[in-house]
Design a protein around this ligand. Sequence first.
Ligand code: AMP
Length: 510
Amino acid sequence: MTTATTGAPAGSGSAAPIRSDVEELLDALGANRDREALVHGGRRRTAGEVADTVHRIAHTLDDRVRPGTIVALLAGNSPEALMARWAVNLLGAGVTQPHAGLSAAAQARILDDVEADLVLADTPSAVDVLERARPVEARALVSDVLASAAGAPAGPVRGRARAGDVAQIRHTGGTTGHPKGITYTFGHHLRSAEVRRMLSGMASGPARLLVATPIAHAGGGLADRILAGGGTVVLQDRFDAGDFLAAVERERITHAWLLPPLLYRLLDHPDLDRTDLSSLRTVIYGGAPAAPRRIAEAHRRIGPVFTQFYGQTEAGGISVLTPDEHDRPELIGTVGRVVPSTEIAIVGDDGARVGPDERGELWVRTGTEMDGYWKQPELTAGTIVDGWVRTGDVARQDTDGYLHLVDRVKDMVVVVGGHVYTSELEDTLMEHPGVRHAAVFGAPDGDGTEAVHAAVVAADPAPSAADLAGLVADRAGDMYVPREISFVDELPLTGIGKTDKKRLRAELTG
Ligand code: AMP
């Protein structure tokens, strides 16, 4: 069995166990055992049942899971997957859960990368993943672990988390090349108390959170916070706009987290106007650029419930646009103000800070950044410099302090005459009432530069390509006019719910 180290400075490094966030969560579940905690399919579990099951799983895994080791969880959005993660963390081991939406080959690469000591599986594709990965001797089905756990004692297992050991590895990308494993130690949560307080503030009162995006991404962390705050989590296997709307009405959902492309799908769904959404109090959106016209539409049609969150798995929380600020149309195109615990610097090509309203790469100091990339110390050193995280996002800050995101550095299209910022151009295309969703990407032009391509999901009546080209030329200039505009029925999304530009590029420019 190996001991997991990230290649990054360890947390507090002490070998004595610390009180981890899983113990806080279990205490909160134990404090009010009869409340409804987890809802999935037709099954409802009370807080007491969930807490007992986590302890029973921990007893069952006790002889197989040692502190400082890594367990891979091949599982979707199930209560069993959440409970297994908490039990493994309680035993002091780290968890990696590749998104179930990734291909078997990509999930296998992640397993190989982390060199898991144990694999717990419950997805049908797990067999395929395990066949492709290097052999892992210790493996079990989550259902078998739960069956054994039914006979195990429910008495509390004392937490064994040590500050410097890995608690979670979250992978980004992974479709090609070496997967980037973003690593958090157990000590990380000691640093993130303020952010957790902020999230708990968003969920005061009896909150009911709907999670339809992978629990291996932001939805999972939010689920933990809502449960620790005394609320209920309703899980759906995957995002489907009709099922999502029906669940909000049926379950009296108060809180939700959505990526903008998923929010657009809700807005474009025929059931939206006949669904009772009056229970909603806070819908947090973020994770990808949001088009101002579509967010204004959401605010108008669904109500003053929207909070925009800008953050990064590597960096943590960066800025927030509050529900009140959504009343001011001029602010909707921004990602809000920087959260109090975060410091920012916008840096030009020469490495010096730029002035107000000038563009540059955004560097942030959040205090809650990752502990490093898994086994990639050079990449970590290039990303976290003196406590500052290079976000890879191009941004500007206006004189009122609002932050505007312009693009990802790597998405910018280098054309003859300058740069085209893809997310700005997407916003411009989506200003047209006949455009529901747009994605812009570059493809090689053969002469060292790139050509701008756009894919558009049109409403009825649809605009023509010439209409859209005219709009872009008018708003942004000829340099921004896409070489090609393709009309598509739907934009492909990644497993998390972001527009999948790699796939679009391959499909449309092959
Ligand atoms: P992830 O690592 O999946 O959390 O993705 C982080 C990246 O998503 C950021 O670096 C941004 O490029 C993008 N992102 C996150 N939140 C927002 C937001 N509110 N608006 C625009 N882009 C965002």
